[in-house]
Design a binder for this molecule. Sequence first.
Ligand SMILES: [Cu+2]
Length: 199
Amino acid sequence: MSSTVESIGRMSLASLALAILSISSSHADGLQATAEIKGCTNPAISGTATLVEQVTPEGVKEVTVEMKVKGLTDGKHAVHIHEVASCEPCGSAGGHFDPGPFGQSRPDSATDEVPAKDINHPYHMGDLINLEVKDGVGTMKHTTNRVTLSPGRLGLFDDNGSAFIVHTNADTYCDQESDLKKGCAGGSRDACGIIRPAP
Ligand SMILES: [Cu+2]
């Protein structure tokens, strides 16, 4: 008798756990995007990126970015989503995607004699993490809730679209006052890829 009660207890615990799991996990909403990554000046650099949007039980949209790029130098390279879907030249991708009210999209103090006080990096919505390159192959996977593929205030497919930029150096995330200096967001641009909705 007691073993029957125990096994029923176990069963209901297991189904409860399953129910909690299915309630708490995010689900894909079917929205996906891709980008073909190309070197800004070096044709040996090429790669791809995929973006998949998921929605949490609370309705928060999360986008998982996976990127693979060949031909970059070994080490870390900053990756951000920039504010314009344009890669020719790479500078035409503009600053970091940041549709917020302050409009401070420039990545760092690259052109300033004295570092600017108003650098918003790493708080731009398009700020991601470094791509790590080993033996010429770089990979990166990151989930962000700062951007969406669906329409909305954080939507990447706004009037002028969006693009990835892969930089020459690592992003140090400019997270210390002393770090607010030229190139702290990765320096010059090595590669670019326009983000397009996947069919
Ligand atoms: Cu950038």
